[in-house]
Design a binder for this molecule. Structure first.
Ligand SMILES: Nc1nc2c(ncn2[C@@H]2O[C@H](COP(=O)(O)OP(=O)(O)OP(=O)(O)O)[C@@H](O)[C@H]2O)c(=O)[nH]1
Length: 299
């Protein structure tokens, strides 16, 4: 007569021993597959056992016997590895790796937003911040000021003293700009070549002119030698100024265009000075769109 097959009964000297065997085999299988087991989710009961038994810090050895009803007895040598210590070391390694990656990402983000030569924001970062500040200024109904700064006769400076000195001169001027516009919201950026810009939230034309005058004064005090300059014995700049009361959907480029026109005016009228073109006002068309226009112009 055939007997009904019985499900194997597991008989071990200790339940914890069995848990360890299962855990170790499982862990080994996962390791072979190249997976990193997560102790907290895989073996919470075992972790709890190790914690409560205060044995996690030491190595234990012993033998566990697993008896099956079929008669088979499995003798397993147990090496109780303090997995918590192993996992802690793994966690520490992962943490170090995460910190290294975070620092690397921060470095990459900094490189993507800054000009390596001058140590100020680059054009891309300027465009990004201009968009943000434009919207913020529109919300808060505050003016947004902009200076466009160009070193006078810089080609002659390079030709006379070499490009390396030219680079040093650019860095010095960038340093002066950062010192002149030191509010937390001010952004000094390289716009291209030897042209730099300063974006100044909450700044009217009057305020922007004040910063421009401060730059001229600081450069005169700094007196970077430029004996070949037809303008002065030291390095000077020309500055175009603009300030607008932003409206959300109006063209942001107008702020830059106005400062650019002011810069050309400053160059045309003798350099080493600040200029701005007549203020624009915003015209609202019947379809709701808004455009900037000079005084007297109709929508
Ligand atoms: N050393 C150095 N020179 C640069 C750099 N970027 C642009 N330049 C130089 O800046 C000079 C700009 O010259 P121009 O635009 O002709 O104007 P300028 O000589 O400054 O004359 P004005 O602007 O009319 O006063 C060129 O000679 C460029 O080669 C840079 O990163 N380093």
């Amino acid at each position: 007569m055939r007997t009904k097959p019985q499900s194997p009964l597991i008989n071990t000297p200790s339940l914890a021993g069995l848990a360890l065997v299962v855990a170790m085999l499982f862990d080994a299988a996962l390791s072979i597959q190249g997976l990193v087991p997560d102790q907290a989710s895989l073996f919470p009961a075992l972790a709890h056992f190790l914690d409560t038994q205060q044995i996690a810090e030491r190595l234990h050895t012993g033998t566990a016997l697993i008896a099956f009803t079929s008669g088979m007895i499995l003798a397993v040598s147990l090496i109780l590895i303090p997995m918590q210590r192993v996992y802690r070391a793994r966690e520490a390694r992962l943490l170090r790796e995460r910190e290294r990656l975070e620092a690397y990402n921060a470095k990459l983000a900094h490189q993507a937003a800054n000009d390596g030569l001058l140590g100020i924001a680059n054009r891309r970062e300027f465009e990004r911040v201009l968009e943000l500040e434009w919207r913020r200024a529109a919300r808060e109904r505050q003016p947004l000021g902009l200076l466009m700064i160009d070193i006078d006769c810089f080609k002659r400076f390079n030709d006379s003293y070499g490009h390396q000195h030219g680079d040093t001169c650019l860095r010095e001027v960038a340093g002066v700009l950062k010192a002149a516009a030191a509010r937390p919201g001010d952004l000094v950026a390289r716009y291209g070549g030897e042209e730099m810009v300063i974006l100044m939230p909450h700044t009217s034309l009057e305020g922007a002119n004040l910063i421009a005058e401060r730059i001229h004064t600081m450069l005169a005090e700094r007196a970077l030698p430029f004996p070949d300059s037809p303008v002065a014995a030291h390095v000077t700049v020309s500055i175009g100024v603009s300030s607008l009361l932003p409206v959300r959907d109006a063209n942001r480029a107008t702020l830059v265009q106005q400062a650019d026109e002011g810069l050309y005016l400053a160059k045309d009228t003798g350099r080493n000075r600040t200029a701005s073109v007549p203020h624009l006002r915003l015209l609202h068309a019947a379809d709701g769109s808004a455009t900037w226009a000079s005084q007297g112009q109709r929508a």
